[in-house]
Design a protein around this ligand. Structure first.
Ligand code: NGQ
Ligand code: ZN
Length: 439
């Protein structure tokens, strides 16, 4: 058996000395860290990052960005999505994400009708992840309405929609089709409480239920969503969800930005994970997650890169902490007692990863596959590093990537900072994007 010999390993819970992990290429490393789960991704949005930053009016907001996004989504084919996802997933691996939860709602053809193979888009995503060696939790999304009041989908949203039966068939087909693929799990997602009614959510959960099935949904990202929930149901979205559905540790609430105190405690008490997406939430002007209150309540969180304006766990973690510092005018906000900021966040992210992805990931122990990152001990930022500061150096020091190798399920997929398909994926991505932009 070949081994990754680590002088020091941060396994997601604690430091270990002289650890040996089974991998495909024998390697020695000074500093090894457990791989990081990306809990929220819309792969296609990678190709519009940076293209929605021109002011149209002083009222530019999440909701006007969403119109840009719909226009872009309207143009994409399964081949386009494959090329974009492959590029994105390589960027994730090179940055230290070893698994991704893909929140997939771009299901149908451009005219809104299902493809001859209704799973064509999902298969494009599966193929991209398999080809580059990124662990994938595929979350087909049910998306039925254009708002809390149950209004139908708009014209731009037609590609996203399903009847409940067709959706259940899609998930079943994907489960069957991917059962022999290593590192793949199929879960289920509801776009939001704006897009699916509570009775339909119950019905679909009953039809698809299996042990440990991850369930994800967007919730309370914008103030307007909270106001709409109150206007339509007399309750805030998170309160409504907790009251009406069996939310537990299998659930991931994406964003959950706008919470009152009861909701903070409610999510924590159920053991659900909040997927915080700091760079996207900043980019879209969402608001700031109440991290301190949630930590004090014992809440679980992970991170996601969502719209992919940034594709880096380092930047998500950095901005998770910095957002809190800016508002509270204090430092060390991601932990409740003395210690390393980065270590505290990496521990939190590792603790939520298995439940949220539905895979044996997060903390590296004897029962989990080896998803591991080798830090670049030769980089200037690492000179004289110790256990007390090496993780903080990785997360808080500078902009140069500090990863040498990345392993997923014991396989080395990034060596000396590079994925073997970097050039070929970038070329395919460039051809796709040039065509899309000139159309
Ligand atoms: C999405 N993205 O579905 O891609 C959403 C925007 C919505 C983010 N929330 C659309 N970041 O929530 O209606
Ligand atoms: Zn999202």
């Amino acid at each position: 058996m070949t081994l990754l010999q680590a002088d020091a390993l941060f396994d997601g819970r604690q430091w270990r000395t002289d650890a040996a992990l089974p991998v495909d290429v024998a390697t020695r490393a000074a500093w090894v860290v457990s791989g990081i789960a990306n809990l929220h991704s819309h792969a296609f949005q990678r190709a519009m990052a940076g293209l929605t930053e021109r002011q149209q009016s002083d009222a530019d907001s999440f909701w006007t960005w969403r119109e840009w996004m719909y226009r872009f989504a309207a143009t994409l084919s399964p081949d386009d999505v494959h090329a974009i996802a492959r590029q994105l997933y390589i960027e994730m691996l090179e940055a230290g994400f070893t698994s991704v939860c893909e929140f997939h709602y771009l299901h149908h053809d451009i005219d809104g009708r299902p493809y001859a193979r209704p799973s064509a888009m999902a298969e494009a995503i599966l193929a991209a992840a398999q080809s580059v060696g990124l662990r994938l939790t595929l979350l087909p999304v049910l998306y039925q309405h254009g708002g809390f009041d149950g209004r139908p989908l708009s014209e731009r949203q037609q590609r996203f929609g399903h009847g409940a039966d067709a959706f259940v068939r899609l998930v079943d087909d994907l489960r069957r089709g991917s059962s022999a693929m290593p590192g793949v799990r199929v879960g289920v997602a509801f776009h939001s409480l704006r897009a699916v009614t509570l009775p339909t959510m119950r019905e679909v959960l009953a039809a698809l239920d299996e042990p440990g099935m991850p369930v994800h949904l967007h919730i309370a990202e914008q103030q307007a969503e909270v106001a709409d929930g109150l206007a339509t149901h007399g309750r805030r979205p998170v309160q409504l969800l907790l009251d009406e559905l069996p939310v537990d540790a299998r659930w991931t609430l994406v964003h959950a930005t706008h919470l009152d105190e009861a909701e903070v405690h409610g999510i924590a008490a159920r053991g659900a994970t909040v997927a915080i997406c700091p760079t996207t939430e900043a980019n879209l002007g969402d608001g700031l997650f109440p991290l301190r209150a949630f930590l004090a309540a014992g809440g679980r969180y992970g991170i996601g890169s969502d719209s992919h304006v940034s594709v880096s766990p380092v930047e998500e973690l950095r901005w998770l902490e910095y957002g809190q510092r800016l508002v509270e005018q204090k430092r060390s906000r991601a932990l409740l007692g003395p210690g390393s900021n980065a270590e505290a966040m990496l521990r939190a992210v590792a603790a939520s990863a298995a439940a949220s992805t539905g895979q044996a990931v997060g903390a590296l122990d004897a029962s989990s596959a080896v998803d591991a990152l080798v830090l670049d001990a030769e980089a200037p930022a690492m000179v004289g590093a110790t256990r007390e500061d090496v993780l903080d150096r990785w997360v808080f020091c500078g902009n140069r990537p500090l990863l040498r190798d990345v392993f997923v399920a014991g396989r080395r997929v990034v060596a000396e900072g590079r994925h073997a398909q970097r050039e070929s994926a970038a070329a395919a991505y460039a051809a796709t994007l040039r065509r899309l932009l000139s159309a």
